[in-house]
Design a protein around this ligand. Structure first.
Ligand code: SAM
Length: 273
């Protein structure tokens, strides 16, 4: 078996960065070489490819077209958790849902949902705060660029460690404990699943849905985009929201440096005027 050469020269780094930027808007600037190299080496090992040069040949060939999706998967960060940045869910429950819950039709969008923890959290908060939810038309559209993440969200099965952020009463109410192998795992139940519609969607491409949404969560993804890409995205979210609708972004993101007409409500919480 050939030995893997861990070389990634500057030109190759730029080529990879260019592909990733064009495909998904993620900006891998200089300084990210070590991260790109480490992630790339993992992929090369899995493919049993011996050098970056060979890999570059693959992705520029007809045969390698689908490999670009995997490259994007490898280069993106999927870190997430249940009730992540929980102040957002408190705000939703206390300040937004009391008004919204009188409506017949509600639309939420988890716009980079990763492995599903964010939309399942949303579904729990909606169930807990909208009394007659089954008599309403309520949907949490949940999208991500990664097919692999969408498949995990679809499966909706989580380890005990991943469930750590979910309060016990909610675990008992909405998850089924399953035993496969030595460790217990938890499967999201139908009460949550019937509120969620999963689909893969690249935020950089046209969006097939019409909206309008009442609330959009786009958290911890814009941080990877450059300013012009963030600006375009924020404008598009504005268009997708109903007047009075809310946009939640990650707490480390905010909208400073972006031109917008949203009203600032709380950290990383904005409302369309
Ligand atoms: C760090 S996770 C954030 C998950 C969740 N929103 C949260 O805050 O916990 C970022 C997600 O953004 C997705 N992503 C990256 N670029 C994207 C794009 N252009 N379109 C849609 N999703 C994208 C990644 O696949 C990843 O699952």
């Amino acid at each position: 078996m050939s030995l893997l050469t861990a070389e990634l020269d500057q030109r190759q780094f730029q080529e990879i960065s260019q592909i990733v930027y064009q495909q998904c808007g993620i900006s891998l600037k200089s300084g990210k070489e070590a991260l790109v190299r480490a992630r790339l080496m993992k992929r090369l090992r899995a493919l049993k490819i011996a050098s970056v040069k060979e890999y570059m040949k693959l992705i520029s060939s007809e045969k390698g077209k689908t490999e670009i999706n995997t490259l994007i998967d490898v280069m993106t960060t999927n870190k997430t958790s249940f009730f992540r940045e929980s102040a957002h869910f408190d705000y939703l429950a206390q300040e937004i849902l009391p008004d919204l819950s009188t409506r017949k039709r509600l639309r939420f969008w988890s716009a980079a949902c990763s492995s599903g923890e964010e939309p399942y959290t949303l579904a729990m908060v909606l169930r807990e705060n909208i009394r007659d939810i089954d008599r309403k038309d309520v949907l949490v559209l949940s999208t991500d660029i990664s097919n692999q993440m969408i498949a995990m969200a679809q499966q909706g099965v989580y380890s005990e460690e991943r469930m750590a952020g979910v309060p016990q009463p909610l675990v008992r109410e909405y998850f089924e404990r399953i035993r496969e192998g030595s460790k217990p795992r938890y499967r999201a139940g139908t009460e949550l699943r019937k509120l969620i519609r999963l689909a893969s969607l690249n935020l950089m491409q046209p969006w097939p849905m019409k909206g309008p949404f009442n609330v959009i969560f786009c958290r911890n993804v814009m941080i990877y985009f450059d300013r012009p890409t963030q600006q375009r995205l924020v404008n598009r979210f504005w268009d997708m929201l109903e007047p009075g609708g809310y946009l939640f972004v990650g707490h480390s993101e905010g909208l400073s440096g972006i031109r917008h007409e949203f009203q600032y409500m709380k950290p990383a919480t904005y409302r369309k005027r």
